[in-house]
Design a binder for this molecule. Sequence first.
Ligand code: ARG
Length: 450
Amino acid sequence: MSRFAEPQHPAFRAIHFSIDFDRRLWPQDLAGSRAHARMLASTGVLTDAERDELLRGLDLVETELREDTFTILPDDEDIHLAVERRLTELVGPVGGKLHTARSRNDQVATDMALFTRGEALLAIERIDALAGTLIEVAAAHLDWPLPGYTHLQRAQPVYLAHHLLAYVWMLLRDRERFHFVATRSVANLPLGAGALAGVNFPTDRGLVARELGFAGVAPNSIDAVSNRDFILDYLGAAATCLTHLSRLGAELVLWSSSEFGFVRLPDAWSSGSSIMPQKKNPDAAELLRAKAPRVVGSLTGFYGALHALPLTYNKDMQEDKEALFDAVDTLDLSLVAARGMIDGAVFDRERMAAAASDDLIAATDIADLYVKRGMPFREAHGIVGGLVREAVSNGIPLAEVQSEHLDAEARSLLAQSSWLESKDSEGGTASGRVRTQLELARAALAAPPA
Ligand code: ARG
């Protein structure tokens, strides 16, 4: 018996069914179902024998899913219905009791919360690994100068360690965001909200929350089934992290070009050209550069799905899945690829030093020398600007410009490396400061996010 008099249109099924992509929620779905069955027995809704039969059946379903022998049938709309259908085939009518005091609305919200928490914790692991690698590579290149850039114009020299550590601080902030997702965005258990209003049976939601690792239970059943903030938060954290990785990828693309020649990327992370035998393409770095916008797209797309949506559950919310799953896979692969490339990158000390030794790069330092002698910075900036114009128009180094302003002290400043070592301010590029920063980064990475 059913409410429906005619079969579903094939195209309706195609747009409506989620089994093709939500199948990967099975571990969370089984965890939620086991906790629910135990809870129902503890409050007397199920007998202990019924509970044991359900748990036995769920174990059998798990084996099939794990070993990929689980057959999806044409009527399996989503993973929740597919699991219940198979459970009932395996253990008989008692399988139909599992869904007592539960709706797919609180069930799917719970599954997604569990999945999101697990993926946020995995992201933290991957971030830790990449940050650890960056720290080690920084430690191995403590005093290797290269130009620092603004507007992609050589600006002031810095040490490579200093530059690489910049990414470590970005990643440590990303880690905080994922920690927030895992502990705050996913804090309260949705299960027990029923379809939206609560259920007609005695429940013990605290018991389920503890078994599933939630800090508490969602206090409002309407909010519980409507809430997908944790997905927005994950997507936001992922979009920011991938934006950081896109800047790393972009720099690796530039630095590995013949024009820069600062780095050689490992062969294991590069491809050749089908026609030009000399080519070695930094594909993984380019893809790292390109991946962020699609996760930003998933974030804005899912904001769009939730926007102005009346409470409570609406089928629009099923759109959370492909958005989240794609972001999870994209982030994971990108963090692994970034680490692989950084780990095997070979930097070219001479090329970087040559690019950093153009003495025009010390223009600010000459201006600062005049300031230290009492000249207002604006005036010093103007004088040095004139010296630079002369050097550029004559095609000579700054040190060869004939000018009363370039006295012995100014000329000796133009001798390399003092430019870097004079940046001895807190957070600056002088090697003592970089060494301190390296220790700070190591300590921050070793401390768990709070
Ligand atoms: N497949 C659905 C989803 O992912 C499960 C929830 C269905 N709930 C409902 N009332 N139709 O959102």
